[in-house]
Ligand binder design. Structure first.
Ligand code: GLY
Ligand code: MN
Ligand code: MN
Length: 312
């Protein structure tokens, strides 16, 4: 850094970096006395431009080699999640420990991000990561977990009955979300001329109609309460890849995204009694292709019959 960078910077017409040209903004007021660091001193006379947009352009479209790694990350992580569904867990932390181990056994390099292992109404906390409660017969467990392979990540959520068999209300809500999820995944192709924001709107509409048919009163802010997050994000080197890259950009071949509708029903008289306290999300990582989506996480089963058959 001391010998190589200064002549490179001095000879460059533009310097791309996300390190601020001068330091000095404290939390509340400008600290004009904060000394610039070594790099900031080197670029003080340079024309500095932001690096992030260039990095996003390089990262957003995945090459064949990157997609190969994402396919393997999805295959190995998906297998581990299906393995986890084969048995009845009594503690969130045991299930978390199994996945951490089985991602590696199945072929991943490591766990990609801090997972959510949420039994019953714990799933209503979208960023639940305590993962230390007991799991009860009759509950759904929501698992948002994925492994990393060769630097690439797939992001997966599955929700399944702790005892292996869906109750009628659990199945009704699950099947409704799954139908919408499948249809939103099918829009992840360049020929559909979609953006993540547009897929979000379509998903919201599908969930709203589905909830009405299940007897929910969808007046007022019902949708914001029941589906409080975006349907998806870019995924790749990071679980939330290319942070800040607009979700209003048309999806092109080679973009990798998640599709993750979820419904979280508060334990509150506003909602039909038999759905109260349920949280269900189904998330796949998908690679956009010209005319058909490549779903990277199919090894994690999601059809009701396939989930239930794992305990037969
Ligand atoms: N695992 C984080 C997310 O689904 O966005
Ligand atoms: Mn996600
Ligand atoms: Mn996730």
């Amino acid at each position: 850094m001391h010998t190589l960078l200064p002549p490179l910077i001095a000879g460059a017409s533009e310097v791309y970096t996300d390190i601020a040209k001068c330091s000095g903004f404290g939390l509340f007021f400008r600290n004009q006395d904060a000394p610039p660091n070594e790099f900031q001193r080197m670029i003080k006379d340079s024309k500095v431009k932001p690096l992030k947009p260039l990095m996003h352009d390089l990262r957003i479209i995945k090459s064949e080699a990157e997609i190969t790694n994402m396919r393997l990350a999805g295959k190995y992580s998906g297998r581990a999640i299906t393995n986890a569904m084969r048995q009845q867990w009594t503690k969130e932390k045991d299930l978390a420990a199994f996945l951490d181990y089985d991602f590696k056994v199945c072929g991943c390099d490591t766990t990609a991000y801090i997972p959510v292992i949420a039994g019953g109404s714990n799933a209503l906390s979208i960023h639940y990561v305590r993962n230390n409660d007991v799991l009860q017969d009759g509950q759904i467990v929501l698992v948002d977990a994925g492994g990393e392979y060769g630097g690439y990540i797939t992001d997966i959520t599955r929700s399944w009955p702790v005892n292996g068999k869906f109750s009628d209300p659990q199945r009704d809500l699950y099947e409704m979300i799954l139908k919408v999820q499948r249809s939103s995944v099918s829009l992840c192709r360049e020929s559909a001329n979609m953006t993540l924001d547009k897929i979000h709107q379509i998903t919201e509409h599908g969930l709203k109609e589905g909830l009405k048919s299940l007897g929910f009163n969808m007046n007022g802010d019902a949708m914001d309460v029941l589906f409080p997050h975006h349907v998806g994000h870019y995924v790749g080197l990071d679980v939330h890849d290319c942070p800040g890259y607009s979700r209003a950009t048309p999806l092109k071949t080679g973009y990798c995204v998640t599709i993750e509708p979820g419904i979280y029903v508060p334990d509150d008289e506003r909602w039909p009694a038999h759905f109260r306290g349920m949280g269900i999300r189904i998330e796949d990582s998908v690679c956009v292709q010209d005319d058909n989506p490549l779903i990277l996480t199919t090894e994690a089963v999601k059809e009701v019959v396939d989930i239930e058959a794992l305990r037969d």
